[in-house]
Write a protein that binds this ligand. Structure first.
Ligand code: 5GP
Ligand code: MN
Length: 336
């Protein structure tokens, strides 16, 4: 961030304010960790922050400090629109365009208060007064650590803030294995541990909380996997009927897409999940190396994300979506 941007933000934060902090729709560990980490930081500066998520966050994040105070826009649109209208400053974290908040976009578009964007996705939109956007970071949480440091408030970092930030760093880095994990990431994490983060407990809360049904659903998903060696590609599909059969709850399909890349020789994988409520097929893409799934998701499936992890959607049926996917594969260059 530039010197004058930091100065401008410090001026905005100089007097106590009502501040709304917003993650993207279907918030993940990084979205929840960054918004709650910033929430606890702003509270320490005597502001009145509130985290407003467009829709429900998964249960495996419900232990994050103050997650019970997060407002869910979809549950109470009118009152929350009022709170947003009364906010004097808006932070949008872990997304690059207001449409990533779904229906909430219509409210956000009309707000007069200044926006601050902190994000690590490609091609950020231009709605924010201050934009800290950098695709070199593996997580927004790592950027929040920097943000707090740039503002000169590093000494305010405490175990609560550090716990939130550690969570997003772990989840968005695939437990420190994705290429975006740098020596800086590990240095930041080392500091968070020094502050008192219980890393073992966090991993436990995040990853060792499966229900029996979730594991059965994972078993079905793996059996549904199709491998296309000629395209170095694999994919999984799950119907709404299968989700119902295994008593699906939000978060149950998180991470399943990654199994497709664990097959030797596979560099591109996808998962197609039918959502009858929303009338869409939600898609996640993952790749290894230079195959750019952000571009792929933008070009064909109304989505985006990062080079090696992206998402999108389709309004065709599940079968038609998968057929379209297979036909697009023949046009791709997999010798990257
Ligand atoms: P996931 O597959 O885990 O939902 O998302 C992977 C990455 O792609 C995340 O950074 C996420 O924010 C982004 N992403 C997921 N779905 C969409 C989408 O529909 N549109 C855009 N632009 N990005 C998405
Ligand atoms: Mn993220």
């Amino acid at each position: 961030m530039k010197e004058e941007e930091i100065k401008g933000i410090l001026e905005l934060l100089a007097s106590p304010k009502k501040i709304a902090i917003i993650p993207h729709r279907s918030p993940d560990g990084d979205a929840m960790g960054s918004t709650l980490g910033l929430y606890h930081f702003l509270k320490k500066l005597n502001h009145e922050p509130i985290v407003i998520a467009p829709n429900e966050f998964p249960d495996f994040l419900a232990w994050l400090p103050s997650s019970e105070k997060v407002l869910i826009f979809e549950k109470d649109k009118e009152n929350i629109a009022k709170i947003l209208n009364e906010s004097e400053l808006i932070f949008t974290l872990d997304f690059n365009a207001l449409h990533r908040t779904g229906e909430m976009e219509n409210v956000l578009n009309k707000l007069k208060a200044p926006f601050i964007m902190i994000d690590h996705h490609q091609k950020p939109d231009d709605y924010a007064l201050y934009r800290y956007s950098d695709t070199n970071f593996g997580s927004t949480c790592e950027m929040i650590y920097n943000f707090i440091t740039f503002l000169g408030y590093k000494e305010l970092l405490d175990k609560t803030i550090a716990t939130c930030l550690y969570t997003g760093i772990v989840t968005d880095s695939g437990s420190f294995r994705f290429p975006s994990t740098t020596s800086m990431t590990h240095r930041v994490v080392a500091e968070l541990l020094d502050i008192g983060v219980q890393n073992g407990d966090i991993h436990n809360s995040l990853f060792d909380n499966n229900s029996y049904h979730r594991l059965q659903l994972l078993g079905r998903a793996l059996q549904n996997m199709k491998v296309l060696p000629e395209y170095k590609t694999s994919y999984i599909k799950l119907t709404q009927q299968e989700l119902d059969e295994f008593h699906y709850v939000k978060g149950d399909t998180e991470g399943i897409v990654n199994y497709g890349l664990t097959i030797s020789g596979i560099i591109f994988t996808a998962i197609f999940i039918e959502n009858k409520d929303e009338g869409i097929i939600k898609i996640s893409f993952r790749s290894q190396g230079n195959f750019d799934v952000n571009q792929f998701a933008r070009d064909y499936f109304n989505g985006g994300g990062h080079i090696n992890a992206a998402g999108g959607k389709s309004t065709l049926s599940l079968e038609e979506t998968v057929k379209q996917f297979e036909s697009i594969l023949s046009k791709q260059n997999f010798n990257v």
